[in-house]
Design a binder for this molecule. Structure first.
Ligand code: UT7
Length: 326
């Protein structure tokens, strides 16, 4: 084994679309404010019955089809999510059952919007130890179910979706070249959901205090996100010895167009070589990068030999970047 490649991708979003104009009717906001401050025009929202494992299984099946791999060949399923179906069992175990991947070991990762990047690195480590394992790494979120639609500072930002990638050892000297990961738990209080865990179990009182909703100090998170995404992008380029100008496509976490533009500028990359789909999906947390990666491939924006950089920042705080020679 000489490298670890992504050999297939897939994504799935719910069919229902919530536009900025729809939100104007729900909270005191405007299409103009949302577009200019975040870059978002619309997002996809799950119906009452749909949970994370439903979208994750759809994305996984598409990724396996794309890779030409049967679910029976999958040896590992890792899911990054902060909106699992339930606290336990893991959403990855549910997906294993749904897609019939009986040979796979399964677990979820809680790394906020960096969940997919963390998942790639963990899968890379496991495949390095067991080169015969084919891995499914998935990012999935149903953020609409932890969003307070009376809080205009958060409800305009988030959307639902799933993205998946199939990883396999290869004799070629390319694929995932290196990863840079970081975390700072001291700032976790700026982006969190207080209820539902062992600190604030789901009681009537917790519900009355809206503890089952995501809380975010947007402006503080924004500043940390810019810093961490820029630094992470710079560090991964240093690690693999690429200049910013050599990057064929940057696929950043889609939280805010202004954060994306700042990251691209810092590494000297023009926006033509940055993949942006935040206008259509909003912030889908750990799903944003694998959805974008899948769309970029399907739009023909990734070719063999391309130098691809993924970079993310999220709750924890966590951040990370990956360099891939496709
Ligand atoms: O996924 C990883 C983590 N998440 C992120 O990286 C998100 C980071 N944060 C952001 O993207 C931005 O901070 C936001 C888009 C959330 C907000 O943009 P901002 O430029 O930081 O705005 P702000 O929070 O400083 O608010 C500016 C003003 C405030 O009014 P005053 O105090 O200036 O009168 C807010 O009350 O905008 C007001 N505001 C709104 N107005 C209309 C806040 N939300 C809205 C809204 N519509 N939806």
């Amino acid at each position: 084994m000489k490298g670890i490649k992504i050999i297939g991708t897939g994504s799935a979003v719910p069919s229902k679309v919530l536009t900025n104009f729809d939100l104007e009717k729900i909270v005191d906001t405007s299409d103009e404010w949302i577009r200019t401050r975040s870059g978002i025009r619309e997002r996809h929202i799950a119906d009452k019955e749909t949970a994370a494992s439903d979208l994750a299984a759809q994305a996984a099946q598409k990724a396996l089809e794309d890779a030409g791999v049967s679910s029976k060949e999958v040896g590992l399923i890792i899911i990054g999510t902060v909106t699992p179906d339930m606290s336990f069992p893991s959403t990855s175990c549910m997906v294993q059952d749904r897609i019939g991947a009986k040979e796979a070991v399964c677990f979820d990762i809680s790394a906020g919007c960096t969940g997919f990047i963390y998942g790639l690195e963990v899968a890379r480590g496991i495949i390095n130890n067991n080169p015969s394992k084919i891995a499914l790494v998935i990012g999935v979120e149903i953020l609409s179910k932890i969003t307070d639609y009376t809080d205009r500072s958060t409800c305009v930002l988030f959307g639902d979706g799933a993205g998946a990638a199939v990883l396999k050892a290869t004799e070629e000297r390319r694929g995932i070249l290196d990863t840079h990961l970081g975390a700072d738990g001291s700032l976790g209080y700026l982006l969190y959901m207080p209820g539902g865990g062992s600190r604030n179990p789901l009681t009537h009182e917790a519900l009355d205090n809206k503890m089952h909703y995501l809380k975010m100090a947007g402006n503080e998170v924004f500043k940390s996100a810019v810093r961490a995404m820029e630094d992470s992008a710079v560090k991964i380029l240093e690690k693999v010895g690429w200049s910013g100008k050599e990057v064929s496509l940057l696929i950043p976490h889609q939280a805010n167009i202004r954060i994306i533009e700042a990251t691209a500028k810092r590494i000297g990359l023009s926006m033509e070589r940055v993949f942006v789909n935040i206008d259509k999906y909003g912030n889908t947390s750990s799903a944003s990068i694998p959805i974008a990666l899948d769309e970029a491939r399907r739009q023909g924006r990734i070719k063999d030999g391309d130098k691809i950089v993924l970079v993310a920042f999220g709750a924890g705080f966590t951040w990370g970047a990956v360099a891939i020679e496709w």
